[in-house]
Design a protein around this ligand. Structure first.
Ligand code: G16
Length: 538
């Protein structure tokens, strides 16, 4: 069919994310999906996985993708029942069906509903997000495309698993929960977790009305025997119940309030829209994602799937250096990569690392090529079952052994793009003059715009965030988010190490107040962005 190109189909950190209204324009979805197919090396007879997080428009786009896959010559599409599959679930399915790749329909933790966001992302044959050279090629194609292939066929009933055909193509509708649960049972000690839960240990899992509800109910309440009601907000809804499915202290405030109350369960957790992010809390404590990565890496050997130890750890550059200390003690390599899960995938494929994670609430391992919220939650449960200690005690023990990285991210959301660009541009212009300068009594030792060369394929990523490193190792990082859909989002990250013999019990924001003042002075956040305070502090 004839079409005209759109100019705003540039994928960000994690695929193409826009308002639903943008995706609803005639031909918009088709242009992007055809651009993906046109950039793949031969789709004839190949298998494609399709699934999404169930947000508004998911049902429509799933059908479009199936029709287009059939018209483009794919041999088979494996589609999730009701079109609902988590992002790690799609990654798993790509690997298990030896598919050419998969299409994930999600805008992750962004709000849903007709006024919310939608997204399309392509994952390659190893199950991981498309590398930048492919996303760039797809974008270039989307600006020149003049036609797409589809079929005039009725919508397929996706409510019952089974095999059918769409034109010449085979279509398998699968229940992703069973396959995912089986993988988790291989990695974790389900008997030990069942014992823990049977002994009165209370947990709560908030699926935030998103894709992990059915997975959570099956795993926690059915397989592990937790009481009914352990999973809350477990029914996926197209608008996520009117909330952003973002497991952080703002959007999951009710969980934080519960954790801080006298009635707190022993363990609380949440996952996001598409099930790749996680939030971990215990009685009286929120575990920072960077700390969670460090704890999981330090204790992974307690889970059967990782009993032989881990080969290495990777974290994104803005993630705190807590995991570095663990890597040092374990005697394994630590890799620092740009923000974006795709940067972990070559390291995972080459078995250089087993565990990786990001400050943005993502942790995962070599079991798939995406971050995996339920995996992180089950790993925590396995550790809690093996160590028979509470979450707060595990954290206190960890800091006493490795020291503590006080760490926080301040987000300035939906700011004017020009102000954000001016802030970053002004810092970039001054980078070479900053080392040696003293701010707030601290000497800046180095200043750069993070650049990365992939150790496996030599591909380069530049301008990945401004990094100021101080003489004592403390870091201030500023970068622009690649996942927002309105204006620009500036992220300020602060990281300061306190050794085991130091003061480990400070309030995080108090411990970082000095760095915050320096960040303001060096970057002029207030003047560039016209904001007195961040919108979200994590
Ligand atoms: C995506 C990527 C992550 C990245 C995150 C934050 O997550 O998959 O690797 O850390 O975006 O990106 P930014 O700081 O650019 O907003 P998700 O869960 O949104 O797919």
């Amino acid at each position: 069919m004839a079409t005209t190109p759109f100019e705003d189909q540039r994928p960000g950190t994690s695929g193409l994310r826009k308002r639903v209204r943008v995706f609803e324009q005639p031909n918009y979805v088709e242009n992007f999906v055809q651009s993906i197919f046109d950039c793949l090396d031969g789709v004839d007879g190949q298998t494609l996985i399709v699934g999404g997080d169930g947000r508004y428009y998911n049902d429509v786009v799933v059908q479009k993708v199936i029709r287009m896959a059939a018209a483009n010559g794919f041999g088979r599409v494996v589609c999730a029942k009701d079109g609902l599959m988590s992002t790690p679930g799609v990654s798993q399915a790509i690997r298990e069906y030896s598919a050419l790749g998969g299409i994930v329909l999600s805008a992750s933790h962004n709000p849903g509903g007709p006024e919310g966001d939608f997204g399309i992302k392509y994952n390659i044959g190893n199950g991981g997000p498309a590398p930048e050279r492919l996303t760039e090629a797809i974008f270039a194609r989307s600006t020149a495309i003049d036609s797409y292939h589809t079929m005039a066929s009725d919508d397929v009933d996706l409510s019952r698993p089974g095999d059918t055909e769409v034109g010449p193509m085979a279509l398998s509708i699968v229940d992703p929960v069973a396959a995912y649960s089986a993988l988790m049972e291989k990695l974790f000690d389900f008997d030990a977790i069942t014992d823990l839960l049977a002994g009165g240990f209370l947990m709560r899992f908030d699926a935030m009305h998103a894709v992990t509800g059915p997975y959570g109910r099956h795993i926690f309440e059915k397989l592990l025997g937790a009481p009914a009601g352990t999973v809350i907000n477990g029914q996926p809804k197209p608008d996520f119940g009117g909330e952003a499915p973002d497991p952080n202290p703002v959007h999951a405030k009710h969980l934080v309030d519960l954790a801080m109350s006298a009635d707190s369960p022993d363990f609380l957790a949440a996952s996001d829209g598409d099930g790749d992010r996680n939030m971990i809390l215990g009685r009286g404590i929120i575990v920072a994602p960077s700390d969670s990565l460090a704890v999981l890496a330090a204790n992974a050997h307690l889970a059967p799937g990782y009993a032989q130890g881990i080969s290495g750890i990777a974290r994104s550059m803005p993630t705190s250096a807590a995991a570095d200390k663990v890597a040092q003690k374990l005697g394994v390599d630590l890799y620092e990569v740009p923000t974006g899960w795709k940067y972990f995938c070559n390291l995972l494929d080459a078995e250089k690392i087993t565990i990786c994670g990001e400050e943005s609430a993502g942790t995962g391992s070599d079991h798939v090529r995406e971050k995996d919220g339920l995996w992180a939650i089950l790993m925590w449960l396995n550790i809690l079952a093996a160590r028979r200690k509470g979450v707060a005690e595990i954290m206190t023990d960890h800091w006493a052994k490795f020291g503590r990285n006080y760490y926080s991210r301040h987000d300035y959301e939906g700011v004017e793009a020009a102000g954000a660009a001016a802030l970053m541009g002004s810092l970039r212009d001054r980078l070479s003059s900053l080392p040696g300068s003293v701010y707030g009594g601290q000497i800046i030792q180095s200043a750069d715009d993070f650049a990365y060369v992939d150790p496996i394929d030599g591909s380069k990523a530049e301008k990945q965030g401004i990094r100021l490193i101080f003489a004592d190792g403390a870091r201030i990082i500023l970068r622009l988010s690649g996942t927002g859909t309105v204006g620009a989002t500036v992220r300020l990250y602060m990281d300061r190490y306190e050794p085991p013999e130091g003061d480990l019990g400070q309030d995080t924001q108090v411990a970082l107040a000095g760095l915050k003042a320096i960040a303001e002075e060096v970057a002029g956040i207030r003047s560039h962005l016209g904001r007195d305070a961040p919108d979200v502090i994590t």
